[in-house]
Design a protein around this ligand. Structure first.
Ligand code: GLU
Length: 428
């Protein structure tokens, strides 16, 4: 809270957004330990470039909708910028700036040759038809043409965007240059140059980090009680993967609410229910629980795989988990982070825990450029090795310097980027 208030005043007004305060608060906290030069730190506080557009879309009704869209590139020091595109009612420039900064740290932490970016369109994707979403995506892509490219900035899916969205983006870009350019986006369907395991990558990565994390804390994932907020692209895969590795997943939720069974959920039955009912609420094999109630269920591991700002100063006192794993970006506020730390709850931070998605995006881009594709076993092994290596480096620094895992992850990333920036120097 104090940090948020302090930093709010320092920020350029266009970036004045609660999520950007969180990102800057974390950055400034980590700087105390990172030992990087003041000039370099000042450069890394702000996004390098931001584009703001208005996207006119002919709606099925014949009327016209105009939607604000953004793309923010935080840092190109280590390579082209990389990050998702989201369609959501809460998208702002400041939100994209925070998420772009986190992408920089995420890529640096995994030693991927990328900087961070993020973009989005402020709209309610649930009210748009498939044809409206296609027109929105194609027009947004053409507005982005001056700043994206396979060696400049490579988009990917994020909230409410998917493989089909990426196929439309790839097609729109390819039509402009006159030939197929699969490496312009990642998260594509396999048939247009996607990668094996990309859809599952974030969820698998989350569980790899949880497994490694709890092992280092001296217990095992097998038999642990887990709660997963979010049952979408990340949460559903994480829940299935946790169950497959022997954990007891007792509760999951989607936007409409959650379901809870202390004996453990039967995912086959739950998924059958979900495809019939278009949601999980009311599932007969469990009792309903609200999203707020789900966060307070007693468990060993609470996976936050929904959206930002879920654990806050208001509810962090009531979180009853031993470990909180951030599958979403920014689900824990600065104030909540302090409360969880005081209560001895270990937070597996987003830039480490959900980095499996961008890791396999990197594999997809490499495969596209080589025009040579790898099988799922190879991807799974490479992903596991990358994630385990990052966990080991973060844990070692946290132990050595007495830091929280979030701070250790940020310090590791900031040092990687700062070293490259020092060596490259400030142009001209
Ligand atoms: N949107 C995802 C994230 O937040 C993936 C980004 C990517 O694959 O480039 O990490």
């Amino acid at each position: 809270m104090v940090l948020q208030e302090t930093h709010r005043g320092d920020l350029p007004p266009e970036l004045d957004d609660p999520l950007f305060w969180t990102a800057i608060g974390q950055f400034d906290g980590a700087l105390e330990h990172a030992g990087v030069g003041a000039d370099v730190a000042e450069v890394l506080r702000y996004p390098e470039r931001a584009l703001s557009v208005a996207i006119p879309v002919r709606l099925d009704s014949g009327s016209l909708g105009v939607y604000p869209g953004y793309r923010v590139q935080h840092s190109s020091v280590l390579g082209p910028t990389k990050g998702g595109i989201r369609y959501d009612v809460a998208v702002t420039l400041g939100e994209c700036a925070a998420l772009a900064m986190w992408m920089t740290w995420k890529c640096a932490l995994l030693r991927l040759p990328y900087g961070g970016a993020k973009g989005g369109v402020r709209c309610n994707p649930r009210t748009l038809s498939a044809t409206e979403r296609e027109r929105l995506t194609r027009r947004f892509t053409s507005e982005l043409l001056p700043i994206i490219g396979p060696q400049k900035d490579i988009p990917a899916p994020d909230m409410a965007t998917d493989e089909q969205t990426m196929a439309w983006m790839m097609d729109t870009y390819s039509m402009q240059v006159g030939y197929a350019v699969p490496e312009i986006v990642t998260g594509k369907p396999l048939s247009v140059g996607g990668s094996a395991l990309r859809p599952e990558a974030t969820g698998i990565g989350v569980v790899t980090v949880v497994e490694e994390g709890v092992r280092r804390l001296g217990w095992a994932l097998r038999g642990s009680v887990c709660v997963v907020q979010g049952y979408g692209k990340v949460g559903a895969v994480a829940a299935h993967e946790l169950a497959a590795r022997g954990a007891r997943v007792v509760a999951v939720s989607d936007i409409a609410g959650g379901v809870y069974n202390p004996e453990g959920l039967d995912f086959q039955a739950l998924d059958a229910w979900r495809s019939e009912q278009d949601g999980i609420a009311g599932f007969a094999g469990a009792q309903d629980v609200t999203n707020a109630g789900l966060l307070e269920l007693p468990c060993d591991v609470l996976v936050l795989a929904a959206t930002e700002g879920q654990v806050t100063g208001d509810n962090a006192h009531r979180v009853a988990a031993r470990v909180v794993a951030e599958g979403a970006n920014g689900p824990t506020t600065l104030e909540a982070d302090e409360i969880l730390a005081e209560r001895g709850i270990v937070v597996l931070p987003d830039i480490l825990t959900n980095a499996g998605g961008v890791a396999v995006s990197y594999f997809e881009w490499v495969q596209d450029i080589q025009r040579l594709f790898w099988g799922p076993d190879e991807i799974r092994t490479r992903l596991r090795d990358l994630m385990r290596d990052a966990v080991a480096r973060v844990w070692a620094l946290a132990d050595e310097e007495g830091l929280s895992l979030r701070r250790a992850a940020l310090v590791t990333s900031i040092r990687e980027v700062a070293e490259a920036l020092e060596l490259r120097g400030i142009y001209p």
